[in-house]
Design a protein. Structure first.
Length: 395
């Protein structure tokens, strides 16, 4: 992997800024751990909160110099773009409705973007942002981070190799229980904005976790559904957006799929899974057991493939850091995505060709846009009584 240095080509750390992710924000800390994991980036600037004092204190907490702790992202984009040592990429970890305006500001300043999912709060914003990103020529990565797990990448390789035969069935699930009670109405910060239509968009459950399941299904199967039929439910009285979703999916190839997302299923803390079945074989991967992939050829005993094991090479081996049974998990999967995104950004900035294999491994603005179209089509389908609703796949 190639990185730019001031003298030529070599392992220089990429200068990163962050918008959002201040004190008491969960996902910002995860992003910071992941981007530092391979020592290819350093966080040097931030607008970590919409509250100026919280932004300042949050920056000091994590070692950002006070003169690079910004009160708002627009100032940060403008100032950092002019500094000789300014940031080269920005990480966006704000609530959904802020993703698009922040990304737009940094793209216009010539700064590459790594944005949390979903791409935006509305499809119109996502369409506009994708067009801006395309014209800019900059790298725009979307942290659909579950594509970074080694055994997810091995599953993708198995499907692409034809080991499963013609794909017939795709099943994706993401099931949690943390919104079983009305904690959003009680002011719980993480719940409150996710169920607010003004900040989350038209969906809560699909936009928060359903889009991860959708991304995983797309990444592993290599297919995007052509249409969906959805049933969204809000089980908790007074909640303004869905907390449970069942979505049927049809593919142009004739394959069929189902996606289940729930945040009101007691006993499930964070159950993500993907199952793909073809006419020759099937595979299953579960996020709570990320080191293993179940593979079964029809008529034969099933096999448990282990990350780091002798039977697992290729892409899974490339992104593995530890030998087999030295467990790797959530942060390492996140870190793989960051390592590859940083590789793309560093190559672009140094004027050298990026590893072409990374282009399909790092979720792009197109993937983010298709995720938004999935959410929009699912909500439209539900509101129309569950009718089949098409998903546009062109950028």
């Amino acid at each position: 992997m190639v990185y730019a240095t001031g003298d030529g080509i070599g392992p220089r750390r990429l200068r990163i800024g962050m918008v959002g992710g201040g004190r008491n924000a969960f996902i910002g800390a995860v992003h910071r751990m992941a981007l530092r994991l391979d020592d290819r980036a350093e966080l040097v600037a931030g607008a970590l909160s919409s509250d100026s004092e919280n932004a300042r204190l949050s920056a000091l907490d994590i070692g950002i110099a006070e003169d690079r702790a910004y009160a708002d992202y627009r100032t940060m984009a403008e100032v950092e773009a002019k500094r000789p040592d300014g940031i080269e990429a920005v990480v966006i970890v704000t609530p959904n409705h802020v993703h698009a305006p922040v990304a737009r500001a940094f793209l216009q300043a010539g700064i590459d973007v790594i944005c949390d999912k979903p791409l935006s709060a509305t499809l119109k914003e996502a369409e506009d942002l994708a067009e801006i990103a395309k014209k800019s020529g900059l790298v725009f990565a979307v942290t659909l981070n579950n594509t970074g797990y080694a055994m997810v990448r091995h599953a993708r390789e198995l499907v692409a190799s034809g080991a499963l035969g013609a794909i017939r069935i795709v099943r994706a699930e993401y099931i949690q229980d943390w919104l079983t009670l009305p904690i959003d109405a009680d002011g719980q910060k993480q719940a409150e904005w996710r169920t607010d239509p003004g900040r989350a968009g038209r969906s809560a459950c699909l936009a928060d976790i359903g889009v991860h399941a959708f991304s995983l299904a797309q990444f592993v199967s290599g297919m995007v559904p052509s249409e969906v039929a959805a049933d969204l439910t809000t089980f908790v009285p007074g909640r303004r957006l869905d907390d449970n979703a069942h979505v049927l999916m049809r593919y142009a190839s004739g394959a069929r799929g189902v996606l289940v997302a729930s945040q009101v299923s007691p006993g499930n803390y964070n159950r993500l899974s993907i199952k793909v079945y073809g006419d020759k074989a099937g595979l299953e991967w579960h996020g709570h057991e990320p080191e293993y992939l179940r593979f079964c050829e029809f008529g034969k005993p099933h096999v448990i493939l282990t990350r780091g094991g002798a039977e697992v090479g290729g892409e899974a081996a490339r992104v593995s850091r530890m030998p087999a049974e030295h467990p790797e998990g959530y942060v390492e999967g996140f870190g793989n995505l960051y390592r590859d995104a940083i590789g793309l950004i560093s190559a672009r900035r140094s004027g050298v060709a990026a590893d072409p294999s990374l282009l399909g491994l790092v979720p792009s603005v197109r993937d983010g846009l298709i995720g938004m179209r999935f959410i929009e089509a699912s909500v439209d389908s539900h509101e129309a009584g569950g009718v089949w609703t098409p998903i546009a796949t062109q950028l």
